[in-house]
Design a protein around this ligand. Structure first.
Ligand code: ADP
Ligand code: ZN
Length: 223
């Protein structure tokens, strides 16, 4: 049996991690583990985690590591994650990366690759301020670059549920970019020391970027 593909996507907010994770799910059946989506879901359900995370998220700040590590620990223990996974939005700090390594060690799970998607800040701001997300299925659109066929309606699930995330405004994006530069970018050298990092240009079309990811993870990928 082919080795499970266990991938981490790292990139600034709006670098396209979610779009690519979605494709990897559709094409390879790899569960997309998006901590941002999980936290937004927790908020909608009004769980304790959702309530605690809300203030940080709406301010564009990172949610404390302890909460995130527990969330991921539970998620990775689910049956669907045993045959491979794509982490989108985790780890965002070196402490999270270390905790993840500890979890993976106890289950004998190996990371296949850490894919870093590089996109310049100004392109990020343009992408994020025009982003519209589906409340029902988390699909993403852009008012100019990839508009839905009908304004406000999700092409993927049909719900009239497109909205602008509270943290997708220009001032919040700047805060999130700072969190990326100050904290998340540190996970790149962390994984470089393990020889796991592939960097790619995240500015191409979603198809170009997807092709680059498949090429980078190459041999390990199921056709
Ligand atoms: P984006 O990648 O566009 O920034 P996400 O949906 O991944 O958006 O994350 C939105 C917010 O959720 C983050 O700004 C942060 O507040 C919180 N969050 C998500 N994942 C993590 C994490 N691993 N650690 C801390 N906070 C997180
Ligand atoms: Zn939808």
């Amino acid at each position: 049996m082919a080795k499970p593909l266990n991938l981490i996507l790292v990139g600034a907010p709006g670098s396209g991690k979610g779009t690519q994770a979605q494709r990897l799910l559709e094409q390879h059946g790899l569960p997309q583990i998006s901590t941002g989506d999980m936290l937004r879901q927790a908020q909608r359900e009004g769980t304790a985690l959702g309530l605690e995370a809300k203030g940080y998220m709406n301010a564009g700040q990172l949610v404390p590591d302890a909460l995130m590590v527990n969330l991921i620990r539970e998620r990775l223990a689910q049956p669907d994650a045993q045959k491979g996974f794509v982490l989108d939005g985790f780890p965002r700090t070196v402490a999270q990366a270390e905790a993840l390594d500890g979890m993976l060690r106890t289950t004998g799970t190996e990371l296949s690759a850490v894919v870093v998607m590089d996109v310049p800040d100004e392109a990020i701001v343009e992408r994020i301020t025009g982003r519209r997300s589906c409340k029902a299925c988390s699909a993403v659109f852009h008012v100019r670059f990839s508009p839905p066929k009908q304004a406000g309606v999700c092409d993927r699930c049909g719900a009239s549920a497109l909205y602008q995330r509270e943290d997708d405004t220009e001032d919040k994006v700047r805060v999130r970019l700072k969190a990326f530069a100050d904290q998340t970018s540190q996970v790149i050298p962390y994984y470089q020391r393990q020889g796991l990092v592939t960097r790619l240009n995240g500015l191409g079309t979603p198809e170009d970027v997807y092709a680059a990811i498949v090429k980078a993870v190459g041999a390990g990928a199921k056709a």
